[in-house]
Design a protein around this ligand. Structure first.
Ligand code: PLP
Length: 496
């Protein structure tokens, strides 16, 4: 029954149309709006259609995909997209994904994915070297930072509990606690919940004026828990916080972990790839002392979604936490000479060839191009901070460490007094919403203490200084308009 078994010529014709669409998209990308002003109902109405009983013609199908591409998508690879931490998507990464899907190896088992497994292991070893982890370190690809942090904390929990927690569960020992700064990524709470520890197990440590964890407060929190009979087991240091890009003091945290017998995990989901850039690398001193590191190629290595990485100082910890043997996957590795089954080293059993798009991007661009571009992104964030400082109604909201710049629209004539901060929060919230609907540029927000601020994060190899200026122009224009809407003219005149 050949219904589904397309011959190579048909496959080529089909793929060629997809490639044509993709290259037209690349050509038109800078002139497209970054996003549109749509509602969920409008998008669902346009993008979803009934499952057909019989296949569509290629013309009809590609007509539909064309509309999806140009009328109903938004574009994180647009030069003026600077929101959240969403990489632009490397160009070579896209065809690599096609090939990975075409080969369809299952990277859960070595014999189902010989070259894919070896490439993933090779790439992971190279990443471990970039972080200066010792030989014996290893890891694997997962969906992204949230999952990489979860896998790391599962290893931490299992290794530091002191009883057989994998077999007996969390109820067989004392309550456990882990420590992270107030700026830690929100998914850490979810990970603690998923580990059976409860969200309350995450102790949020106060930060300094640079948004970094205060290690004196960390020491106090650990001592308080020990006094109360709670068992501390891990510290999550962040190397590149999601709000401002701050890097926690890694050496002092490593010293505390060593003294206290705690697992040191570094959430470098965003910042990690910056170790490739010579000028940024010194900011990460101490990361090589971590027991585990999470970092995301789909953020600052720009590769298409999704693909994050977990690195563990002693890779056998991963096997201890995740191996699960089933009778039906018997194999005599001594006889076959086969290698590691990555499905035994993480939560996924069947796995795709996520590493290929990262590998092909590195092969096509080379390490140096990454180093230059990552460094350039950080330079653009500093450029943005300087431009913010020069503009009348904009103010810088946090120091720039990596490639994030936080700022807000703060008209000089808003009267100082009790209502000022509330007003600026409301105004900037409205500005962010309008920017995201406007289509000319796209940024997101951060909450810094009590302040709602605008935030640009440049992990985009298409962004240049003119795009940064354009975002500031849009913010200033919309800011002036919304300020006029929100504040009656007489109020502005009186205060001006
Ligand atoms: C510091 C940090 N950790 C974890 C995550 C979650 O990563 P992902 O969205 O890839 O799961 C993010 C996402 O922005 C992050 O910035």
């Amino acid at each position: 029954m050949p219904d589904l078994d397309w011959q190579p010529e048909q496959a080529r014709a089909f793929a060629a149309r997809a490639v044509d669409l993709w290259t037209e998209f690349l050509k038109r990308l800078p002139s497209l709006p970054v996003a549109g002003r749509w509602t969920s109902a409008e998008v669902a109405e346009a993008a979803c259609r009934p499952v057909p009983e019989e296949g569509l013609s290629d013309d009809e199908l590609f007509g539909y995909l064309r509309e999806l591409t140009f009328d109903w998508s938004m574009y994180p690879g647009h030069p003026r997209f600077m929101a959240y931490i969403t990489g632009a998507g490397t160009v070579p990464g896209a065809p690599a994904d096609l090939l990975a899907a075409g080969l369809n190896m299952n990277v859960g088992g070595w014999r189902l994915s010989p070259s894919a497994t070896e490439i993933e292991l090779h790439l992971i070893r190279w990443f471990a070297e970039q972080f200066r982890l010792p030989p014996g370190a290893g890891g694997l690809f997962v969906s992204g930072g949230a999952m990489a942090n979860f896998v790391s904390l599962k290893c931490a929990r299992d290794q530091r509990a002191g009883w057989n927690i994998q077999q007996e569960g969390v109820a067989s020992g004392p309550a456990m606690a882990l420590y992270a700064s107030e700026e830690v990524h929100v998914t850490t709470d979810r990970e603690a919940d998923m580990l059976g520890l409860g969200r309350g197990a995450v102790r949020k440590i106060p930060i300094d004026e640079q948004y970094r964890m205060r290690t004196d407060a960390l020491r106090d929190a650990i001592r308080r828990d020990r006094d109360a009979g709670v068992q501390p087991f891990a510290v999550v240091a962040t190397a590149g916080t999601v709000a401002t890009g701050a890097i926690d003091p890694l050496h002092p945290i490593a010293d505390i972990c060593r003294a206290e017998g705690l697992w040191m995990h570094v959430d470098a989901a965003y910042g990690g790839p910056a170790v490739l850039a010579d000028d940024l690398r010194p900011l990460f001193a101490g990361i090589e002392r971590a027991d585990s590191i999470a970092f995301d190629p789909h953020k600052w290595m720009y590769t298409p979604h999704s693909g994050g990485c977990i690195l563990i100082r002693d890779v056998t910890d991963l096997e201890r936490s995740f191996s699960a043997m089933a009778g039906y996957i018997h194999e005599d590795k001594e006889r076959t000479g086969h290698g590691v089954d990555l499905g035994m080293m993480g939560p996924q059993f069947s796995r795709g060839f996520q590493a290929l798009k990262v590998w092909v991007s590195l092969l096509a661009h080379g390490r140096r191009a990454y180093a230059r571009r990552i460094s350039h992104d950080a330079a653009l964030a500093r450029y943005m901070a300087a431009r913010v400082g020069e503009r009348p109604n904009l103010e810088l909201a946090a120091p720039v460490t990596l490639s994030i710049c936080c700022f807000r629209y703060a008209p000089e004539d808003v009267p100082t007094g009790p209502g000022r901060e509330d007003y600026l929060n409301e105004l900037n919230e409205r500005i962010m919403t309008e920017i995201q609907l406007d289509g000319r540029a796209f940024c997101s927000n951060a909450i810094l203490g009590e302040r709602f601020v605008l935030r640009a994060c440049i992990v985009n190899f298409r962004t240049e200084a003119a795009d940064v200026d354009a975002l500031l122009d849009v913010a200033a224009e919309l800011g002036a308009r919304l300020d006029a809407d929100l504040r009656p003219g007489d109020q502005r005149a009186a205060s001006g």
